[in-house]
Design a protein around this ligand. Structure first.
Ligand code: MOS
Length: 651
């Protein structure tokens, strides 16, 4: 999991204040009003020292090659020096904040050495481990409950200081304590997408074949922060190119800890690369889609292994057709509608796949219903729904006969609902557990003279309507209920698990691919920019549920419109205080900013996943900034390499 590192620095660990928004005290009272009022009475005396701010600040410590994740393939410097065409540009992206609408909240309750915590977490299993470690109690003494989270976007992937403080306060006052962050605290206490500056150099032949990619990414980071979040890590997988170098650097500043935010690194790195290919398409006179096809990664460029699935070519073909790409006049500034400049732009996306381990427990009881249990959680993405559907199908039960219990760290460990990984991990574990459960029923029947299933192998049978029967003969066999009753059992239980791939697998786990096509309309006099149309074609392998999958892509696209046109977390250059930490000042897209979004799925079931699925939670955000920026160039002839693309950059 690339986006998640260890917990941020602990609260109250010494007497230094490292950034604006750092918690220095917690006030506990009977009511929220009392607590708020009492907190105003806290007096603080401190000596000021100078903040280190600004991504280009020469006084800021820089960490190079963090965690050894830089990549070298071939000789990029030599290939750049001899390439017929060389591209060299810099790009910047503003910091932005996840801003789930639901304010993050924690309720902590100690009973002796036993701790129960309700927390806005995307990862109950990890929250339990963190809290048990911090408070020196065994893991089994800690229970973290997150039955549902109203949006996380990455903000809930770490155990943040306010959660630790709430648990500490509950221990000290010896009764349950509840803490709800305010909106301004949602900007300072639970991470933000770091600011980035990137330099991208490409070398190509005259006909646009990539000879070299050199990608250097600088991102901002808090001081004394161990989190792992490289920016350029997916660049090596995007295109076939023999000579490649990627470098990550981090500038350490007096700011609140950044953290993961939807497609961390991948969306930032996609912007320069897909913008650069667009720029080259004009220089070389090659259509942008064609240019990408000339550099298509037929196999995983890192390992040379075949992809476990890849329908990126289909994404381009279907997207171009639905969008009407052929109607585009390739000349920049050539398409108009009255006073409006019209631009068409596109981008390709290679997302990748995280494959963490996951465990489940599945049971069928004598009333004929199944129960699926795991410490996974649902952050508004439909985890309950797809788990119910999968288990129902794999066990031959109706949707109403399956119950899914998640969001509880006492249940079998699960990975984060983040990193586009939970559906495939949890689904894979359900697949395994369901198979084992049916086998357990067959094992019971194996020595049972009365069972019509006696002596049957797993391959002979299938499941429908609550019964195990011979393939092709639903009237044969018997029900789960009959087997349990005859054996005097209340239930049968099976454990299911999925483990990360063995590193020497013959195929490269592909993850999702996508193509994005955008139309913008820009008022020639006022510079007002509207996204008029957006087509996203996604290869997500087997789509488990069309409605929740489409909803994921729509949500990600709306976030991407925000990132591209509106969102910027502004740090005061003198103090590092966030100057726009309210929804009055920090703009997110509203309905009027979002056109009808056309979302299409293509592709085949993925061979790496036992359920054929690929993660979809983040891929939808990735290509949108470049597609819009490329459309802006096509409309205006103006190349914008900084996000967000605000009015002042267009005038
Ligand atoms: Mo996401 S940043 O993996 O919740």
């Amino acid at each position: 999991m690339t986006a998640i590192g260890p917990s941020p620095p602990l609260p109250l660990r010494d007497n230094r204040i490292l950034h604006h928004g750092q918690h220095v005290a917690i006030v506990v009272a009977q009511t929220r009003e009392q607590a708020t009022s009492a907190a105003r009475l806290v007096e603080l005396s401190c000596e000021e020292s100078e903040a280190i701010l600004g991504i280009g600040n020469p006084r800021a410590p820089v960490v190079a090659n963090p965690w050894g994740m830089d990549t070298v393939r071939g000789d990029a410097a030599a290939a750049l020096a001899s390439a017929e065409v060389v591209y060299d540009q810099e790009f910047t992206i503003a910091a932005e904040t996840c801003n789930p609408l639901g304010l993050f909240a924690t309720v902590a309750h100690w009973e002796g050495d036993w701790l129960t915590v309700h927390d806005s977490s995307q990862w109950p299993t990890q929250a339990r481990t963190s809290l048990a470690t911090l408070f020196s109690v065994p893991e089994e003494n800690v229970r973290v409950l997150v039955p549902y989270l109203g949006g996380g976007f990455g903000a809930g992937l770490r155990t943040w200081p306010h959660t630790v403080l709430t648990v500490l306060a509950a221990r000290m006052v010896n009764c349950p304590v509840k803490l709800v962050l305010t909106r301004p605290e949602m900007f300072t206490a639970i991470g933000h997408r770091p600011q980035t500056a990137q330099r991208l150099r490409l070398g190509t032949t005259r006909d646009g074949r990539l000879l070299a990619i050199d990608h250097e990414a600088t991102s901002t980071r808090a001081t004394e922060e161990p989190n792992i979040q490289p920016i350029a890590m997916r660049t090596p997988t995007m295109y076939a190119c023999e000579n490649l170098a990627t470098r990550d650097r981090q500038v350490r500043l007096s700011i609140p800890s950044p953290g993961p935010m939807r497609a961390p690194g991948t969306v930032e790195a996609n912007f320069p690369i897909e913008s650069a290919l667009d720029e080259l398409s004009y220089r070389l006179g090659v259509d942008p889609v064609e240019l990408r096809l000339r550099n298509y990664a037929e196999v995983d460029p890192r390992s040379g292994r075949p992809w476990s699935s890849n329908a990126l070519r289909e994404c381009y073909r279907v997207g171009a057709q639905r969008f009407g790409w052929a109607d585009r006049n390739p000349q920049a500034g050539s398409m108009r509608d009255g006073n409006q400049l019209i631009g068409y732009g596109m981008a390709g996306v290679t997302f990748g796949q995280n494959s963490p381990p996951c465990q489940v427990k599945i049971s069928i009881s004598r009333d004929g219903t199944a129960l699926v249990r795991s410490a996974a959680t649902d952050i508004g993405t439909g985890t309950y729904t797809i788990a119910t559907q999968l288990a129902a199908r794999l066990l031959g039960l109706g949707l109403g006969q399956v119950r899914v219990e998640i969001g509880d760290s006492d249940l079998p460990p699960a990975p984060a609902s983040g990193g586009s990984q939970l559906a495939t991990a949890f689904g894979g574990a359900i697949h395994d557990g369901s198979g084992r459960l049916v086998q357990a029923f067959l094992d019971l029947a194996a020595g049972d003279e009365q069972s019509p299933l006696r002596g049957r192998q797993r391959a002979d049978v299938t499941v429908t309507d609550g019964r195990i029967h011979l393939v092709g003969d639903p009237s044969s066999g018997e029900t789960y209920r009959d087997i349990l009753t005859r054996h005097g059992l209340d239930e049968l239980v099976a454990d299911g698990a999925i483990d990360p791939q063995p590193p020497e697998s013959a195929m490269a786990p592909a993850g999702a691919f996508a193509a994005v096509f955008a139309e913008v309309r820009i008022d020639r006099d006022l510079g007002v920019l509207r996204v008029a149309r957006l087509v996203s074609v996604i290869d997500g392998g087997r789509v488990l549920n069309k409605k929740t999958a489409r909803s994921q892509i729509i949500g990600a696209t709306v976030m991407a419109i925000g990132m591209t046109l509106l969102e910027e977390t502004v740090f005061d250059p003198g103090t590092g205080r966030i100057a726009n930490a309210t929804f009055a000042d920090y703009l997110v897209p509203v309905h009027a900013d979002v056109p009808d979004l056309d979302v299409v799925f293509v592709g085949e079931p993925d061979r790496f996943s036992p359920i054929g699925a690929k993660g979809l939670g983040e891929v939808g955000i990735v290509g949108v900034p470049a597609a819009i920026a490329n459309a802006v160039y096509h409309a205006t002839g103006r190349r914008i390499r900084s996000l967000p693309i605000t009015l002042d950059r267009l005038l």
